[in-house]
Design a binder for this molecule. Structure first.
Ligand code: ADP
Length: 490
């Protein structure tokens, strides 16, 4: 049940509200009680002073306990207030006079029992008052207890104690009423607030439910659909926008993947068709001369090689995309690798009557994946030789500048048309499809430069076409001289 955010929010809200209300009620109760006690104490002090003033005035010039008693009676009669009891104790703590014994004053404290002054709580208070002047204390008795105040006063060399008691009945009654009101109002307030909270939570989470339903309907087939953004400035609007951006990226990635698959199958179809056609031609007659068989097998072999090449390139790119191509890093000298690559393609260049010049200063140390960098250089050299007419020149150079190696391959070929230059690093892109495919065994699938660029980037470097015009092209790979050991396949 608590799996719903709506319910959880409401529950939290209700619990917090209940705690706040109960704390407020308790604090209110306590503050009210404290201020009531304070007010009662100051009333009692005032009343006792007025009482003693009357008593002293009446007892003046009349020595003796009887005169004091009658003076006290006058004072009691004069200060008769509802719910008040006046009692005078003699110096030994014994009862001297009390308003409870005077019938005229009885009605003033009707809820008290006649033997209240003999109760333990009063006796305790009276006993404590002997040692403490101005003693305030709560005393049990009657319906709701009393607030007692005791003060000493001297008469004729004797110390008497005046005890004024005030019933707490009205205050307690008021507190009871307040408590009853709180007890009734708090649950109702909590109930109403939690219903309101649930309604609000429901209303504010409704767009989330709508988004979730909408998102649930989006799949590979309708990846172009987007969530509706009701208010782009609020949090839910931000959420919907972030989700839509994620869908944008997914859509683009899906689109790229779709194109890649379509291009890949298209590229694979051609050599497979050639293989099948060639085999069919070879098999169409019962017997053929050994030369004819050799020719057919040569074609089959070349196409199979081309097919292997394409599949390997595709596999490399797929692993690179998934970040699963582990680089085998080790230290080696880049100049040695360059000379080695130039040596590998020298027969190719010679066959086309192309001059191959390799120029690199000695001892260019590098940490990297030597096999992958070899593949990058060979791809670039292969392209340069492929696109340079006989009698031309291919130059391989390397120099070290500003903490990086600039490795350039320049040819005197036909160049790449200006408008196609931005696209040559795209997968399956060939500037001249007909010519590329037509070349004997040399027609690539348009993956060589993509792979070369990925290799440079995997070494935290970059590969750029720095120049291409009618006089030829220059590709430059920039590689950090000391790549971080954490160079990854991504
Ligand atoms: P491919 O394997 O088909 O050569 P690449 O990715 O290596 O694919 O090259 C992409 C395209 O860029 C080539 O088809 C070619 O048109 C063009 N290209 C690459 N290098 C050169 C170059 N040195 N001179 C002229 N065109 C080039």
């Amino acid at each position: 049940m608590l799996e719903s955010v709506r319910l959880r929010l409401t529950l939290w809200y209700t619990v917090v509200l209940a705690l706040v209300l109960v704390t407020l009620a308790l604090a209110g109760y306590f503050i009210f009680w404290q201020s009531t006690v304070k007010r009662t104490d100051s009333d009692l002090a005032e009343l006792s002073s007025a009482f003693l003033t009357t008593l002293m005035a009446e007892a003046k010039d009349q020595p003796g306990p009887d005169a004091l008693k009658s003076a006290a009676q006058v004072a009691i009669n004069e200060h008769r207030f509802r719910d008040h009891i006046f009692t005078v104790l003699d110096s030994a703590g014994g009862l001297f006079i009390t308003s409870l014994d005077l019938p005229s004053s009885r009605s003033a404290s009707e809820d008290v029992s006649p033997n209240f002054l003999a109760s333990t709580s009063f006796r305790k208070f009276a006993g404590a008052s002997a040692g403490v002047d101005h003693l305030y204390r709560n005393i049990t008795g009657g319906r709701h207890g009393y607030r007692g105040y005791a003060r000493h006063f001297p008469v004729n060399g004797q110390t008497y104690t005046l005890v004024v008691l005030r019933s707490l009945h009205p205050q307690k009654e008021m507190l009871e009423e307040i408590t009853t009101a709180f007890a009734g109002a708090i649950p109702i307030a909590i109930l109403l607030a939690s219903a309101g909270g649930y309604f609000l939570a429901r209303k504010s989470l409704a767009p989330v439910a709508a988004m979730s339903a909408q998102a649930g309907r989006i799949g590979a087939a309708n990846l172009h659909e987007r969530l509706a953004v009701q208010n782009e400035k609020d949090e839910l609007g931000h959420l919907a926008q972030s989700f839509n951006h994620l869908l944008d990226r997914l859509d683009q990635s899906f689109e790229r993947q779709r194109c890649f698959m379509a291009d890949a199958s298209h590229e694979l179809r051609t050599p497979v068709a050639i293989l099948r056609g060639e085999a069919e031609v070879a098999l169409s007659r019962a017997t053929r001369s050994p030369e004819e068989y050799r020719d057919s097998l040569t074609i089959l072999h070349n196409e199979a090689q081309r097919l292997t090449h394409i599949v390997e390139d595709l596999f490399t790119l797929t692993r690179a995309d998934a970040g699963q191509y582990p680089l085998e890093l080790r230290s080696f000298y880049l100049d040695e690798l360059l000379l080695d690559c130039a040596h590998s393609v020298r027969t190719l260049a010679l066959a086309k009557h192309i001059a191959l010049i390799a120029d690199a200063p000695p001892e260019l140390p590098l940490v990297g994946d030597e096999a992958l960098l070899r593949r990058m250089i060979l791809n670039l050299l292969d392209n340069a030789i492929k696109h340079t007419p006989a009698g031309g020149r291919v130059t391989l150079k390397c120099c070290s500048t500003g903490g990086e190696y600039a490795l350039s391959i320049t040819d005197t070929g036909t160049g790449i048309p200006f408008d196609l230059q931005p696209r040559i690093f795209e997968r399956f892109f060939r500037a001249d499809k007909a010519r590329s495919r037509g070349e004997n065994n040399g027609g690539g699938a348009g993956l060589g430069l993509s792979i070369a660029r990925w290799i440079a980037e995997a070494h935290h470097g970059r590969l750029e076409l720095t120049r291409s015009d009618a006089t030829g092209s220059t590709f430059t790979a920039y590689l950090p001289a000391t790549p971080s050991p954490a160079a990854s396949s991504g």
